[in-house]
Structures are given as C-alpha cells and as structure tokens.
Design a protein. Structure first.
Lengths: 262, 238
C-alpha cells in the first residue's frame, strides 16, 4: 500500500507478454454447449411435475443460477480479502470480474423467481427472508460496480471496493435475520406458507437434470469470470503501455473508464 | 522527523480516544459556529414529517399507527444529509491532509468523525421527535426513555457505517450522489429492527416483546463499529 512516489507500484504493472491472446477460450464454448444441453434435457427429456405443471421447470434455471451467483460473490469476497491483505492487483481484477458475473446471475435469479412465484405462490414478490436478502445483495453489488466506475486511481478503487464487498458480506446475515424475525412474528397469507414453497420430491430424472443444469451453470460462471478477468488484464496492459508511452494511446471507447495511475 | 516534531511542540500527542474527542470537538465547533448543516437537516426532518402526514388517509390509518414508520424514514434521510458533511468539510481546504500527517492513529480520525456525527444527529432527533409527537398526537405511555434508547442504538449503527461511507464517497467522482447508494442497504436492518421495536414499545407492549429486535440491533452496532474501525484506514488516500 505504501509505495514510494518515485517508482511505479510493482503490483499495478502487467508484463505485456502476460497479456492473454483472446478473451473467450474453449472453456466458454464448452460452458455454452453444456448450458444448451441442460436446457434441451430440462425441456424435452424431463417429466413435468405433477402438481405445479410446466412452470416447475424454471427450477432447473433458477436454482443453478443462484448457485452460480453465490460462487461468483464468494470469489468477490475472497478476491477482496486477498487484495486488502496482499495488495495484489490480480485479486482486485478477480473481484471486479466476479462481481459483474455475480450480478448477472443475481439478476437472472431475481427475474425468473417471480415468474414461478406468480402461479405457485399467487404473488410476484413476497418479503421473505431469502428474497429480501438476495434483493439487497443485488443492491450492494450494483453500488459496488457504480463505486468502481467513480474512482480513477486503481489502487484506491481496489481498496474501496474491497471494503464495500467485505462489509456487504457482513451485512447479509443481519438482513436475513431481521426479515426472518419480521415474518415469523407476523401471520402469513395461506398462499405464502412455507409449506407451500416447493420442496418437490424429485424423481431420478429430475434430479439428474438438476445436477446437469447446476454443473452447466457453474461452468458458465467460471468461464465468464475467466473471460472477464482476461479482459481486465488486457485493459491493464493497455493502460501500462499508455502510461509508459510504448505506443500511442488508443482511442477512448464508449463505456470504458480510462484508468489513470493514482 | 520525530525529533523535529518534539522541538516544535511541547505537548505529547493524545492517545487514540483523546485524539478522537479532539476531532469530534473540532467538527462540532465548526458546526456550532455556522449551523448551516444543522438547520438544513432539521428543517428537512420537520418538513418531511409534515409532508408524510398527508400521504395517508387519516380515516384508514391513524396518525399514531404510522408515526413509528414515519419517524424512521425521516430519521434515515436526515441522517444522510448530516453524514455528507463530515468529510466534505475536510475536502475544501484539504483539511484531511492535516489530519493525516498529525501524529495520531487513523482509527481516531474515524472515531472522532463518528462521535461528532452521532452528537450532530442526536441534536436533530432531540427536536424532530418532539415535533413528531406534537404533529402526530403521540402518547409515549411513559416509554419516552425506552424510545430514546432505541433511537440512540439505531443512530450508533447508522453513524458507524455512514461515517465510513462518507469518507469513501467524498473521494469519488460522484461524491454526495454515491452516499445514499452505499449507505441505504446497510441502514435496512437497522431501520427494520428499530421500527419494529418502537412500534411495540409505543403500543404499550412489554419490553420483552421488542427484545429480539433490540438484540439484533445491538449485535449490528457492535459488529459494524469494529468492522468499520478496522476498514477505515483503507479508505484514506495514501
């Protein structure tokens, strides 16, 4: 953290030969194929659930998306702790990449959940503990991405966003417990009884589809984080080249915040 | 370096808490002389109380029933107004640089700012809550002290996270715009717990009914005071 003003911080520099050749690799292709395979299996080769009907198939998209979301947010937390501890810019790039992927899966989960809830619970949304805490996860990581966009210095951006991510991890149990207390002290409409939430006894085919789908989503999550991480590395290489005047600065592109050395 | 400082000043630098109190006193003295932030937050709070009165149908929900909810919404937003002040005060003439080169712990800057903010917000609530009682015809059922205690617990939590985020927000391009986005998710459990506890207390129910909420509120305060004190040095410019 304490870098002498005379030398460039070592951790902010990326060796130009470390630059990845491409952003999307074979892993991404495999992940896309796996997700397509899981969809085909879920739609055509999995029985329709007896009580809920076809809408239950959202389960194979919804739950795997949340698993992938938690994996991504877990990576943000790990990256943030490592960044604060070792001041390694790679950890910050990992956290930033995983945060973008995490908010993607978070959005998927929050969007398809209500589609299922409307016919089954009879309402699009309920302030249940799990729904509320995932909504606030979304808010925290939206703030995380806005915060990153609002800071020019890479070192400061890394520290601030790591602090926010770690405090966010501490916050979620409090939101969960508060809403849990709120709900359990209040009577709930019949349609919203916890017993009415599906805990569908899965048939073996359903279980397999769920497992295949979860693995496909985990693969997609990892592939997206890897690709996004490569993009971040390329940007860092380009910025270093820019600062060291190895080549003329690239034309600023829309939507990309130019980094300046802080 | 140390030697030069010793020659310049006879006084030994204060300890962490001593320095924190000095910083809090400095901030409050500045505020006491100008009173701009205090007056704007106070007017906002009282104005919001009176606007909220007309957003419900009186014949459906009685003012007494909605008062705790109104209290907490107004309290959260007037707190945001006050919290913005703590570090923007330092940015103007780069006063923060003087605090950073002072021979004091970084944690005492945080604690000092937090104590200053807490007293500032308590001063606003000391006027806003009586105003609420008058405007909404409230009876505290002899529970005024308990309500004040809950307000204090909630304020401690709000100040703990809000002070940290205002230090962060002031260093970004968006400055004040970012503070609500960063802080409000963190205010949610505080407001939920405090509003539920005050509703029960003001309805004359025994304190034991509000206790699960208060327990959670106290836990939040403790966890975030410690976490934010540890995190604060990372939010300063090097």
């Amino acid at each position: 953290m304490t870098t002498s003003p005379m030398t460039l911080p070592a951790d902010a520099r990326v060796a130009p030969d470390a630059a990845p050749k491409r952003i999307f690799g074979w892993l991404f292709a495999v992940a896309i194929l796996a997700v397509m395979g899981a969809y085909v299996r879920a739609i055509y080769f999995t029985p329709i659930e007896a009580q809920q009907g076809a809408v239950q198939k959202i389960y194979y998209l919804h739950v795997p998306a949340w698993i992938a979301c938690y994996l991504a947010y877990g990576l943000v937390a790990i990256g943030s702790v490592i960044n604060l501890w070792l001041h390694d810019e790679r950890a910050d790039r990992l956290a930033a990449s995983a945060a973008e992927v995490g908010i993607l899966f978070n959005t998927v989960g929050l969007t398809v959940g209500p589609v299922w809830a409307k016919p089954i619970w009879g309402t699009w949304w309920t302030w249940d503990a799990r729904l509320t805490s995932t909504l606030f996860l979304w808010f925290i990581f939206a703030a995380y991405l806005v915060l990153r966009g609002a800071i020019e210095s890479p070192a400061m951006r890394a520290r601030f966003s790591a602090v926010l991510a770690i405090l966010g991890v501490l916050l979620i149990p409090f939101i969960h417990l508060s809403v849990y207390l709120f709900r359990t002290l209040h009577p709930m409409p019949i349609m919203l009884q916890p017993q009415a939430l599906v805990n569908p006894p899965l048939s073996p085919e359903m279980e397999t589809t769920f497992l295949v789908s979860s693995l496909a989503f985990l693969l997609l999550c990892v592939a997206l984080v890897v690709s996004r991480y490569r993009l971040a590395t390329l940007r860092a290489v380009a910025d270093d080249a820019d600062v060291l005047s190895i080549r003329p600065p690239p034309r600023p592109r829309a939507g990309i915040t130019r980094r300046t050395r802080g | 370096m140390v030697r030069a400082r010793d020659r310049m000043s006879v006084r030994t630098p204060p300890g962490t808490l001593g320095a924190a109190l000095l910083i809090a006193r400095k901030d409050l003295a500045i505020e006491f002389r100008s009173r701009t932030a205090f007056l704007s937050s106070l007017v906002f709070a009282v104005l919001a109380l009176s606007i909220f009165y007309f957003t419900w149908d009186e014949s459906i929900v009685t003012p007494q029933d909605r008062a705790p909810g109104v209290l907490w919404v107004v309290l959260a937003f007037s707190a945001l107004l006050g919290l913005q002040r703590a570090f923007s005060l330092e940015e103007h003439e780069r006063g923060i640089d003087a605090l950073l080169i002072a021979p004091i712990a970084r944690e005492s800057v945080y604690l000092g700012k937090a104590v200053g903010n807490l007293l500032f917000l308590c001063a606003i609530q000391a006027v806003a809550i009586p105003a609420l009682a008058v405007f909404y015809n409230l009876r505290f059922n002899g529970q005024l002290a308990v309500v004040a205690g809950i307000v204090l617990l909630a304020m401690v939590g709000i100040v703990a996270v809000g002070t940290l985020f205002s230090a962060m927000a002031v260093n970004t391009r968006l400055a004040e715009l970012l503070l609500p986005m960063l802080s409000l998710p963190f205010f949610v459990p505080i407001l939920m717990d405090a509003a539920q506890a005050t509703t029960r207390v003001m309805a004359g129910r025994p304190l034991s009914e509000a206790w699960p909420w208060l327990r959670l509120l106290i836990a939040f305060d403790l966890v975030f005071i410690v976490a934010c004190t540890i995190a604060f040095p990372y939010t300063l410019e090097e």
